[in-house]
Design a protein around this ligand. Structure first.
Ligand SMILES: [Zn+2]
Length: 308
């Protein structure tokens, strides 16, 4: 099975071997072929007509930002063209009002093409990481970007610690009972009538299966046995990797912990089918939208994924 969810499926060659070469990176950045995706406060510059797509800018349009030292991260190369994400939040250059609109990445993914969503997820996570890691976690001094934006190094000669962009693993799971009912929960934060797969961060010293069992037990009191991996999804808010699993319940009585979930219930197969279908109808019980892995895990199950 090969599930490529929204925010995955990047089409760049990330140039992992060459991006540590500062001179090579500079050459790519200065090239007149280079294309830049401006982000302002993590919103991406999008063209809304004739089609909804990333408003790539050429180097000359963004020169004032580059000269002012705006953060530029190499996304990668495609057909010999270098692509960068550029943080224009500080606004040291011309505005982009005539080139498009700055739109939050989740909305972009809802409206745009999968091809763009993969780029936006890489760009948003990296630009956000730089904004949050200006200072060294070891000694507190300022850090400097290196490796085309894939590392920051502490500027303190006595420290020189290297910091790398993080990805935080989150398990997200559909839990089944022996009769084929599905356990879903509802958080206080969810929009009306929505139930979704249970989810939680993997903790240090835990594997995926253990994290799934712990989270399900903490949130609902249900004990799980077998856990199977289904598929994964980058989730750039700010930098999670959603690890989708199917888990078999060994108990059925729900006991809510009260803190995270407002409700949790077992749903029949027919109910799940209706909730997947109704994702956009706020008057009905529904699951989250198709761009979420929760929606795709349910759809996959209805289709018979991992049905051994
Ligand atoms: Zn340091």
């Amino acid at each position: 099975m090969n599930h490529v969810h929204t925010f995955a499926g990047g089409w760049f060659d990330r140039q992992g071997e060459r991006r540590a070469d500062a001179q090579w990176v500079q050459g790519q950045r200065d090239s007149l072929k280079a294309r830049f995706l401006p982000l302002s406060n993590l919103r991406a510059l999008m063209r809304t007509a004739p089609e909804f797509t990333i408003a790539w800018q050429d180097r000359l349009s963004v020169d004032p930002y580059l000269e002012a030292g705006a953060m530029a991260v190499l996304l990668g190369l495609a057909d010999g063209v270098p692509y960068f994400a550029l943080d224009v939040s500080a606004g040291e250059g011309p505005a982009f009002a005539d080139r498009g609109r700055f739109i939050d990445v989740r909305s972009c993914a809802m409206q745009g093409q999968a091809r763009d969503a993969a780029v936006l997820s890489q760009a948003r996570s990296l630009i956000d990481w730089h904004a949050r890691h200006r200072f060294c976690a070891a000694c507190g001094r300022p850090t400097e970007p290196r490796d085309a934006g894939y590392m920051r190094q502490c500027g303190n000669d006595g420290c020189k610690a290297q910091h790398f962009p993080r990805t935080d693993p989150v398990t997200i799971m559909l839990v089944f009972d022996a009769a084929g009912n599905v356990l879903l929960g509802r958080s206080h934060r969810f929009v009306a009538n929505t139930y979704s797969a249970l989810a939680g961060f993997v903790e240090p010293g835990e594997n995926i299966e253990e994290a799934v069992r712990r989270e399900v037990h903490e949130e609902t009191g249900i004990v799980c046995g077998r856990v199977r991996y289904h598929s994964s999804q980058p989730w750039p808010f700010p930098s999670s990797l959603m690890i989708g699993c199917y888990a078999d319940a060994e108990t059925s009585e729900i006991r809510l912990d009260g803190a995270e979930l407002e409700d949790a219930r077992w749903f029949t197969r027919a109910e799940i089918a209706a909730m997947v279908e109704a994702w956009n109808d706020e008057s009905r019980l529904r699951m989250p939208p198709p761009l979420s892995i929760a929606h795709q895990l349910a759809k996959g199950w209805l289709r018979g994924d991992l049905s051994d």
